[in-house]
Write a protein that binds this ligand. Structure first.
Ligand code: ZN
Length: 241
């Protein structure tokens, strides 16, 4: 495994911290690194002088040959990076460098998204369906929890069930079970687009993608609220602080 070296300054005492990271993780060759990504351990560093712990993110290409999953983690950690983030340039570079049929090729910009994509693949789910499901459940969530803002939603496996974890602005997280019928209904309704993202097209499959798809489909459709034909219910698995 080839490592890249970075030097960062400790935010506490200003000491230079040397960080050595793999640029490419091949899950079949280095299975322990999959665990390190999923636990977040890979991104945790400690200042050798003052002991301050900190999260340091770095560009990583994550390759799982068995699952035909390729994730390009290109972190955005500041406004400056957000301004200079050039998705088209990243996409065309990937297209020039990586060619294999029927892959899911993703570009993600946060550690949470990276972990989420790996978990979704782990349980054989389609990340496009999951992103659309977030909108479906967000709608009924906001009706039930009126006045509680949702900061983020991530997929998680809870008690052997697929769930969406809502991170709310009251500091709590709430886990909503994904009804398999709702999942199947989205998969059927959006089959063209959710299948297309597994044919080696480089894409960012997140909130913006899901919103575009839902809008495109509702234009095609005369009926209102056409994202899902099954009526979703709010099944709360748990609520934590
Ligand atoms: Zn320090």
């Amino acid at each position: 495994m080839e490592n890249k070296n970075y030097t960062i300054k400790c935010p506490e005492c200003g000491t230079d911290i040397e960080v050595s990271r793999p640029a490419i993780i091949n899950v079949q060759n280095d299975p322990e690194y999959k665990i390190k990504v999923l636990t977040g351990e890979l991104f945790n560093e400690k200042c050798p002088k003052c002991g301050q712990g900190l999260q340091v993110v770095s560009r990583i290409t994550y390759h799982d040959m068995e699952k035909k999953l390729m994730i390009y983690f290109r972190p955005i950690t500041s406004q400056e990076e957000l301004k200079t983030f050039d998705y088209e340039a990243i996409r065309s570079a990937i297209e020039d460098n990586f060619k294999a049929p029927n892959y899911a090729i993703r570009v993600v910009t946060t550690v949470n998204e990276l972990m989420e994509k790996i978990k979704i693949a782990e349980f054989g789910l389609n990340d496009g369906v999951i992103e659309i499901a977030k909108f479906v459940y967000f709608d009924i969530f906001t009706k039930k929890f009126d006045g509680i803002g949702v900061v983020n939603i991530y997929y998680e496996r809870r008690d052997d069930k697929d769930a969406l974890i809502f991170f709310c602005n009251d500091g709590k997280t709430r886990s909503i079970m994904i009804d398999p019928d709702v999942y199947a209904s989205i998969e059927k309704r959006f089959s063209a687009v959710v299948n297309a993202i597994y044919t080696s097209r480089v894409c960012m499959v997140g909130r913006d993608w899901a919103l575009r798809m839902i809008k495109a489909y509702s234009k095609l459709d005369s009926e209102k609220d056409s994202a899902v034909s099954v009526k979703p219910e709010l099944k709360l698995l748990d609520s934590e602080n």
